[in-house]
Structure formats: structure tokens, C-alpha cells
Write a new protein. Sequence first.
Length: 128
Amino acid sequence: MSAHTDRHAHAVARYFEAWNAREPQARAKAVAAAWTADGGYTDPLADVSGHEDIAAVIAAAQGQFPGFAFRPIGAVDGHHDTARFSWELVSETDGAAPVAGSDVITLDPDGRIRAVLGFLDRLPEGAA
């Protein structure tokens, strides 16, 4: 794995840490570590920027799916300042994964996320 690919994998690992941080202070710290100060997050259900608003979107998703964790599916594919990867939201109780998606992220030179474009590939009935 090249250093370039490592950069993408590290950024995605920090991204999942933020999405899976359940305690508010830990979540705020993880979001700040993953995103630039003016970083953004856009998916079909949200379009926000800045650490506080990103943390609020994560908290809302956790509130909607308590006891679930975000897990990567497959490898991170990256080039230049861009990476793409897939994920699913998995129940820690029974392993069900009612939500899945794919994200494309843009990184700054330090490997922090400038922007996320998220796509939802699978949603439970009646969601969204």
C-alpha cells in the first residue's frame, strides 16, 4: 500500500471513529480530528458544514439507530485528494444492516476531510 493510499485509509478510519463516537465530547473531538474547521457533509438527508453541525448530524443518526455502528464494506479507493468507500449501519445486537451507503470524500493536504458527498444505497422502509 502506498503512502498515498495510507492517507486515504487513515482519513476514512478517522471518519468512522467520528460516526461511532457516542459520547458528545468524544464525538466533538473525533469530528475535529477528521474534518477541517470549515469541512462539510452532504447526503440526501443533510447538508451541513462546520464541526458542530457535523457532530449534530452524527448524533441524530445515532439517535435514530441506537445500538448500531457504522462499518466499512470493502477497501478504500483513493487518488489525489479524493477517496471513495462503502459502509453499512450494523446492529450490535443481531447484525442486521438496514442502512448502507457509499461516500466520496475530499481531503486537505494534511489528510483532513474538506467535504463528504454521501449516497444512501439501502434504507429501511418508510425512512427518508
